[in-house]
Design a protein around this ligand. Structure first.
Ligand code: GDP
Length: 353
């Protein structure tokens, strides 16, 4: 049941929880908007909601998909998504596109391209969060993924393009990582120089149709040779290259059956859950690091002293190590009043008990 728009404005955590559990896509979309919000009150509600839903998360297979613009990612997601819906799965599509923040235009587009999938009642498509840096977008996507899992989506597809570290970020939140390639796009362009191939559990050479079929098969053979020499992205799993045509659907069943055997394989080896556990812990520290980095670079006293310190390093009168020590000392000393004000608050609370 979709609640009237007016009522949805004042949804409580209970309303969100109920709506999500009932598979209401409009409420799920609103809950994602809530976790994307930077307003402190929204942040608190969002964390309360996530805490409630956590026991209902984790049951999907999380698949990352990357490739250069034009490789056919959206066409592939649409075809694969429709095929999976037909097989009875519920499919959620999320995206990580840091370009949307920087340029206000997004490389992945607004996903209106996945027209037929978006109309499928068993699919849910959400464009990339914008605003903030890659870390912020990644946090929002991870939390959106949890909401989708609580809403009983069995397959979560996270799409990205190679902007900055976005592939590494997506790899750090998914079980299976798929690299979509095309023939004739050049090694550098397709991320080979950046080591994206090493992150992939599978490569698929798309557009293997018409005149391009033979060329795609050759590229596949070449990549299978390269993969043979690389350290596997997932221990115990040999990454493979395949061909497909997202346009006519050829090869999609093979991709899905490969993902299923990957899942079975890694679950029985124990690596599936080990990776998920590690991903959760890594996520904590990436947020801590991000917070520390941001507070350092925004710190007024650090900003004030930086030009002088940089000048001394440039002139050669201060070593880089001592410059770093100095800046960190300035930062630590300037943040201590925050600590004491926190202690002050805690003391006040104690006294008022
Ligand atoms: P994305 O930027 O990676 O999401 O790429 P799109 O899915 O938007 O596809 C880019 C272009 O390639 C579109 O014109 C698609 O119709 C076309 N395309 C995608 N997959 C195939 C395919 O399997 N075969 C052929 N011939 N064209 C394809």
């Amino acid at each position: 049941m979709v609640l009237p728009v007016k009522r949805r404005k004042g949804l409580t955590v209970d309303d969100y929880e109920r709506g999500i559990m009932q598979g209401d896509r409009a409420i799920l979309a609103q809950a994602i908007t809530l976790i994307e919000s930077n307003l402190p009150a929204h942040k608190e509600t969002a964390q309360n909601l996530l805490t409630r839903l956590l026991p209902k998360t984790g049951r999907s297979i999380r698949i990352g998909i990357t490739g250069v613009p034009g490789a056919g990612k959206s066409t592939l997601i649409e075809s694969l998504g429709n095929m999976l819906c037909q097989l009875g799965y519920r499919v959620a599509v999320l995206a990580i596109d840091p370009s949307s923040t920087r340029t206000k235009g997004s490389i992945l587009g607004d996903k209106t391209r996945m027209d037929s999938l978006s109309k499928n009642p068993n699919a849910f498509i959400r464009p990339s969060a914008s605003g903030g840096n890659l870390g912020g977008i990644a946090r929002k996507t991870r939390e959106a993924m949890l909401l989708c899992e609580a809403a009983c989506y069995d397959v979560i597809l996270v799409e990205t393009v190679g902007v900055g570290q976005s592939e590494v970020t997506v790899r750090s939140m998914v079980d299976f990582f798929l690299l979509v390639l095309i023939t004739g796009a050049g090694d550098e362009l397709q991320g080979m120089k950046k080591g994206v191939v090493e992150l992939a559990d599978a490569i698929v050479v798309n557009k293997a149709d018409g005149d391009n079929k033979m060329k795609a098969a050759n590229v596949k053979t070449e990549f299978n040779r390269i993969l043979h020499f690389l350290e596997p992205a997932t221990p115990g799993w040999i990454s493979q290259a395949n061909t497909c045509s997202a346009l006519n659907g050829e090869g999609l069943e093979d991709i899905w059956s490969m993902i299923r055997s990957f899942r079975q394989n890694t679950i029985s080896s124990g690596y599936f859950h080990e990776r998920r556990k590690k991903q959760k812990l890594d996520w904590i520290y990436s947020m801590v690091e991000e917070h520390l980095r941001a507070s350092f670079y925004k710190n007024a006293e650090v900003l004030l002293c930086t030009p002088e310190i940089e000048k001394s390093v440039e002139k050669g009168s201060l070593t880089a190590t001592n410059a770093a020590v100095k800046l960190l000392e300035i930062f630590e000393n300037s943040t201590s009043p925050t600590k004491s004000s926190r202690e002050e608050v805690e003391r006040t609370n104690e006294h008022s008990l």
